[in-house]
Design a protein around this ligand. Structure first.
Ligand code: CP
Ligand code: NVA
Length: 296
């Protein structure tokens, strides 16, 4: 029997494998193929945190591929009432063909994958959001036609988005800069340049993409005040973008907190592609699901 394919972190895959997924996403988006290999199959979607984009794009995607997605809010299933992740994994594997989960500790999804006999897809953990960033590099390729770009992430460099984008940079060859305060730097700063707020004015003019994310991620709500204080010089606003190239693109995984990490003006400006970015998740995640199920 072939080894099951889990999608937990981008670095578990080679560049060739990821390009295969991206090529399938492109076919799907173009409407060239409308496969329905999931007829008669089900996917469990476990959410321990809220979601708009991830939930709706995975649910719609699995349905369009012919299958039946089951949305499971943690509070409504026993995992939210003390049942272990190991028992949940083994139980769900008896019923469904695929599991997608949004949870807290990354170790939890690893355990789920270890104990389940069906593929597991990461819909965000505290450490990584691989489905989001694979879709983001798809959007970058669509916009720029290449991946050897200069990419600046500004804000909380220690969160799931920053850590996943660092994986993207390493795999796809982007030159990546992370601008964040000292206490909010990425876990792994190999192959990237860490810069501070004072360096930004001189740097922005060379950038192809600026990306930001919330200062307070889900589960960190109690730290809101101190985070706001530490990160306030790291806002994406018109002053920051004064010397930016005309064709710079502004990206954000959403949801955005206008007036915190990004101003409303910039989010709504022509070079902000955040809704196109959100839209592409449908196609890329369909391709991820097909890949995990051995259909790509
Ligand atoms: N970007 C993203 O994952 O959004 P949701 O939290 O709405 O799923
Ligand atoms: N860093 C954010 C991403 C949301 C998609 C969070 O974890 O809340």
């Amino acid at each position: 029997m072939n080894k099951k394919i889990d999608f937990l972190r981008l670095k578990d895959f080679s560049l060739i494998e990821l390009h295969k997924i991206l090529a399938k996403a492109k076919e799907l988006k173009a409407g060239l193929v409308r496969p329905q290999p999931f007829v008669g199959k089900t996917m469990a979607m476990v959410f321990e945190k809220p979601s708009t984009r991830t939930r709706v794009s995975f649910e719609t995607g699995f349905f369009e591929l012919g299958g039946h997605p089951i949305f499971l809010s943690a509070n409504d299933i026993q995992i939210g009432h003390g049942e272990t992740i190991e028992d949940t994994a083994r139980t769900l594997s008896e019923y469904v063909d695929l599991i997608m989960i949004r949870t807290f500790a990354h170790s939890k999804i690893k355990k789920l994958a270890q104990f389940s006999t069906v593929p597991v897809i990461n819909g965000l953990t505290d450490l990584y959001h691989p489905a989001q960033v694979l879709s983001d590099i798809y959007t970058v390729i669509e916009e720029k036609g290449r991946t050897d770009i200069r990419f600046l992430y500004i804000g909380d460099g220690s969160n799931n988005m920053a850590n996943s984008l660092i994986d993207v940079a390493e795999i796809f060859g982007m030159k990546m800069y992370v601008a964040s305060p000292t206490d909010y730097e990425p876990h792994n700063s190999k192959n990237i340049e860490i810069v501070k707020a004072k360096d930004l004015a001189g740097l922005v003019g060379n950038m192809d993409v600026i990306y930001t994310d919330v200062w307070t991620s889900m589960g960190q709500e109690d730290e809101g005040g101190e985070r706001f204080k530490a990160l306030k010089e790291y806002q994406v606003n018109s002053l920051l973008l004064e010397n930016a190239k005309d064709d710079i693109i502004i990206m954000h995984c959403l949801p955005a907190h206008r007036g915190e990490e990004i101003t409303a003006e910039i989010l709504e400006r022509h070079n902000s592609i955040v809704f196109k970015q959100a839209g592409n998740r449908l196609y890329v995640q369909k391709a991820i699901m097909l890949y995990c199920m051995g259909e790509v």
